[in-house]
Design a protein around this ligand. Structure first.
Ligand SMILES: Cc1cc2nc3c(=O)[nH]c(=O)nc-3n(C[C@H](O)[C@H](O)[C@H](O)COP(=O)(O)O)c2cc1C
Length: 183
């Protein structure tokens, strides 16, 4: 039975630990296509995806531990290397830059809508994700490893995916705390 949109939106959680199995590439490809129906002003479709294979993912894991070793020490770096090594699937979503700052801001917003669509599409297939914007995603070596020209594209998120090992609980404030109704 297909999940209702409410179940998918409410139920999606950021996943911190994954089972080892890699979801089929066809499921990811389908979710990427669904995600591309995100709203985007002027029909710019500004999102770009870098889909990492195991070799590139391993290089990112190494780069991240190297960066952490410099700031937080070897023990913390090793801890991260071990946890990051268990992540099955890796995508990076970027957004095209523009000479027009307003266009670039709108395009970044559209790329965020694309990511939310992607996370929901994957969740509807029982695939969990984590959207991450850790320091490594802004490191020049990260751009180099992934073939991203930072003058042309901005990284919007590193998206880990896989089947969840644990689904955490979450909560939200009531809309009465953030909605102002006018007469
Ligand atoms: C732009 C953006 C960046 C995020 N970066 C991180 C991150 O670097 N590390 C992390 O653990 N979670 C990150 N998250 C996920 C949030 O922590 C998560 O959405 C929040 O805790 C609410 O949990 P939920 O997604 O399960 O509702 C990010 C989310 C967004 C929208």
């Amino acid at each position: 039975m297909e999940s209702s949109i409410e179940q998918v939106i409410r139920g999606r959680r950021t996943i911190g630990s994954f089972l080892p199995d890699l979801p089929p590439a066809s499921e990811i490809e389908a979710a990427i296509e669904w995600a591309s129906w995100a709203p985007n002003h002027k029909k710019t479709e500004p999102w770009r995806i870098v889909w990492l294979g195991p070799e590139t993912a391993a290089a990112v894991v190494e780069l991240n531990s190297h960066l952490i070793a410099k700031t937080k020490g070897f023990a913390e770096a090793e801890k991260k290397r071990l946890t990051w090594s268990t992540i099955p699937g890796w995508l990076v979503v970027t957004s095209l830059r523009s000479a027009d700052s307003f266009r670039q801001e709108e395009d970044y917003a559209a790329s965020c809508c694309f990511i939310q669509n992607l996370l929901l599409a994957l969740w509807s297939k029982k695939i969990g994700t984590k959207w991450s914007t850790g320091d490594v995603t802004r490191d020049p070596q990260f751009h180099e490893l992934l073939g991203i020209d930072p003058a042309q594209e901005r990284v919007v998120g590193l998206i880990w995916y896989g089947y969840p090992a644990v689904i955490p609980e979450q909560n939200r404030q009531s809309p009465t705390s953030f909605v102002r109704k006018l007469k």
